[in-house]
Design a binder for this molecule. Structure first.
Ligand SMILES: NC(=O)c1ccc[n+]([C@@H]2O[C@H](COP(=O)([O-])OP(=O)(O)OC[C@H]3O[C@@H](n4cnc5c(N)ncnc54)[C@H](OP(=O)(O)O)[C@@H]3O)[C@@H](O)[C@H]2O)c1
Length: 263
């Protein structure tokens, strides 16, 4: 198997956070590679827009709007996706929320919500999908972590904690799952040009009492590539990790950050 435009044509991939910048592009890339795709998120208008764009390349689409933080909702999501498009052979856990705040600003209920979405929901949805993957002896899961899951930064404890946890989950789960022929990996983007990424830069700007554009220039200057990452660049990495071309990539966290880890 080589990485090609048809590398996912026999797969059914479920993508959470499909209404967000990274999930949206991932759904489009994966659909264009021939996979059946289930998309989910809470924003029904964005799901409708995405469906319309995907319909240009495929009719194998399941749209299931939901809040994935409840067990019941996750079960219903997996059931609806399987009923419509069959065995889920790929899962992308992209739903997530940011939490750029200092410890003294942190609020317990927000921390619970953040962990519930960024960590617990990804783990429990993986567990559900994994059961059928074991029966089918194949499958691939990609968790969307972050550079914040690999190193701590100022005013980022809650988010970093959730993303470190996701990498710990990815590595440990990968070791178990590969025995069943199932691969688990993560991607760890730096700043991505999505609503979440732009808001994170805006918050930095506000903290530093300076305009957004100035802060953005600073961020770019800190990156060897001279720019932040576009969502389709993360989407392509996720798509690659889902294919058999990545068949011996297990428990990794692929950084996509324009080389920021080297500075
Ligand atoms: N952007 C960055 O700079 C960056 C960098 C590194 C890692 N990441 C990670 O990449 C992933 C995607 O980020 P993004 O930039 O695409 O963010 P985004 O545009 O803000 O999208 C976030 C997604 O999460 C979904 N979501 C939030 N709460 C939810 C809930 N309770 N139930 C179901 N879905 C929920 C949102 O859908 P609805 O609003 O429709 O529910 C949306 O699809 C996240 O895990 C993020 O932590 C982002």
């Amino acid at each position: 198997m080589i990485f090609s435009e048809t590398a996912l044509q026999n797969e059914h991939v479920l993508i959470t956070g499909a209404t967000g910048g990274i999930g949206y592009e991932t759904a489009k890339v994966i659909a264009s590679m021939g996979a059946s795709v289930t998309i989910t998120g809470r924003n029904e208008n964005k799901l409708a827009d995405l469906r319309k764009e995907m319909e240009e390349v495929t009719d194998k689409i399941c749209v299931h709007p939901t809040d994935i933080t409840s067990d019941e909702a996750r079960r219903a999501l997996v059931e609806a996706a399987t009923d419509k498009l069959g065995f889920i052979s790929g899962l992308v856990n992209s739903a997530g929320v940011a939490g750029n705040m200092k410890v003294e600003e942190m609020d317990e209920s927000f921390l619970e919500e953040l962990m519930d979405l960024n960590y617990y929901s990804a783990v429990m949805l993986s567990k559900q999908v994994y059961k059928k993957m074991i029966e089918n002896e194949r499958g691939a899961i990609v968790n969307v972590s972050s550079l914040s899951g690999l190193r701590g930064t100022f005013a980022n404890t809650s988010y970093a904690g959730s993303k470190f946890a996701l990498i710990g989950f990815t590595q440990s789960f990968a070791v178990e799952a590969i025995e069943q022929g199932i691969r688990v990996n993560a991607v760890s983007p730096g700043f991505v040009n999505t609503e979440m990424g732009r808001q994170a830069i805006q918050r930095k700007a506000s903290r530093n009492n300076r305009p957004f554009d100035e802060q953005m220039e600073d961020v770019k200057a800190g990156l060897p590539s001279g720019r932040i990452t576009e969502p389709e660049e993360v989407a392509n990495t996720i798509a690659f990790l889902l294919t058999d071309a990545a068949r011996n990539i297990v428990g990794e966290s692929v950084k996509i950050s324009g080389g920021s880890v080297m500075r």
